[in-house]
Design a protein around this ligand. Structure first.
Ligand SMILES: NC(=O)c1ccc[n+]([C@@H]2O[C@H](COP(=O)([O-])OP(=O)(O)OC[C@H]3O[C@@H](n4cnc5c(N)ncnc54)[C@H](O)[C@@H]3O)[C@@H](O)[C@H]2O)c1
Length: 340
């Protein structure tokens, strides 16, 4: 019997393996073809997963017309996302794409417009939302345990030697990595960004061509401040890829080191007088039952299509996280606070 989702995968490099492995777990999904500028890369991906029978292409439009696919997975390099998304949406396909959605706000806006005009779903991968600890931290912050949140901070320090497209990007940290952290900040506090001041730089000793470090101060709705300090060329004393988080509320603080179970320390007795008030530790349990990372994000995207609703990371939401990235880049360029 014909399967509901007929998928063409574009971009067959490192990340494509995870997307393909996921698709192969779904009984309602059939892989129809693989597309890469480098046909050999597409053939290697097929062979690694025992899919030698799949057709490979170096042109998406041709792949779509030959296979009759109705869903496109886009795990190509960031600079290709704009063109691929337009081709796929305009051919009548839904699109699930890798982060970052685009390489400029104008590209992102035109992709959102294309999704709205065609009536198709365009959702963006933000796998770092789909983990038990961040879901628990979000509940801790949003259920009032620490009172009203006022300050969120994230620290990200990793010395990553990639090679490839990241080494040549102007803003590798902000565009290719901080998009995760900025999206996580919006997710944790449930508020949208208003403004940003950013200093972006390339530290001495960096092996990147572009700027691999940044310090940003965002303001969110309701006056919540989010500070981000990050470097992708920081050797030693590495943080988690999920950053180290502190959320300070009116009655306490939530902590997540990006790896372990988050916890809070809250004022033990709000009536207590004196210089420093005693606090008590609040332990939480990990209750979210979804799959981790890409699998959880893709579960949500497919479920949304089946339920005919917008996925959590639909482009109209994701463009707010992209706005944080491009606002930060612009602020660093003009050396002033920028409204998002
Ligand atoms: N969500 C995550 O945690 C995560 C992790 C790593 C990478 N990514 C993202 O996944 C995407 C791919 O990253 P990667 O590490 O797999 O890169 P990669 O360089 O290994 O693979 C990208 C592939 O896309 C192909 N490509 C480029 N332009 C194309 C076009 N116009 N048409 C067809 N194919 C094209 C390249 O030939 C290459 O094979 C990027 O957007 C990256 O930011 C996400």
């Amino acid at each position: 019997m014909s399967k509901k989702f007929k998928v063409v995968m574009v971009g067959c490099g490192h990340m494509a393996h995870t997307w393909l492995e996921y698709a192969l777990t779904r009984p309602d999904t059939e892989m129809m073809g693989l597309v890469d500028l480098n046909l050999e890369t597409a053939r290697e991906l097929a062979a690694r997963h025992g899919l030698e029978h799949l057709s490979v292409f170096d042109d998406l439009a041709q792949a779509l017309s030959s296979t009759g696919a109705n869903l496109v997975f886009d795990a190509s390099a960031p600079q290709a996302h704009h063109q691929i998304t337009h081709i796929a949406l305009e051919a009548g396909c839904d699109v699930f794409g890798e982060k970052p959605m685009a390489t400029s706000i104008l590209e992102a806006q035109s992709m959102v417009l294309a999704a709205q005009t065609t009536g198709k779903t365009f959702a963006v991968m933000q796998n770092r939302r789909y983990q038990k600890p961040i879901r628990a931290l979000r509940t801790l912050v949003q259920d009032g345990t620490i009172g009203v949140p006022g300050l969120v901070s994230a620290e990200f320090f990793i010395g990553a030697h990639f090679g490839g497209f990241r080494d040549a990007m102007d803003s590798p940290l902000l565009l290719d990595m901080a998009i995760h952290t900025f999206d996580q900040a919006r997710f944790i506090v449930g508020r949208d960004p208003v403004s940003v001041y950013c200093h972006e730089y390339n530290p001495t000793g960096s092996w990147y061509t572009g700027k691999a470090a940044a310090s940003c101060i965002f303001e969110f709705e309701g006056g919540v401040v989010f500070t981000y300090n990050g470097s992708w060329c920081a050797e030693g004393a590495r943080t988690s890829w999920d950053s180290a988080w502190r959320v300070v509320g009116s009655q306490g603080t939530a902590i997540w080191n990006g790896t372990d179970v988050p916890y809070a320390e809250v004022v033990a007795d709000l009536e207590q007088e004196g210089f420093l008030r005693d606090s008590q530790r609040v332990e939480i349990s990990l209750e979210w039952q979804g799959q981790d990372g890409h699998y959880g994000a893709l579960d949500e995207m497919f479920t949304a299509l089946l339920e005919k609703r917008a996925p959590e990371t639909v482009c109209t939401d994701n463009i707010k996280s992209m706005g944080m990235v491009f606002g930060a880049v612009e602020s660093a360029r003009i050396k002033r606070k920028v409204h998002i």
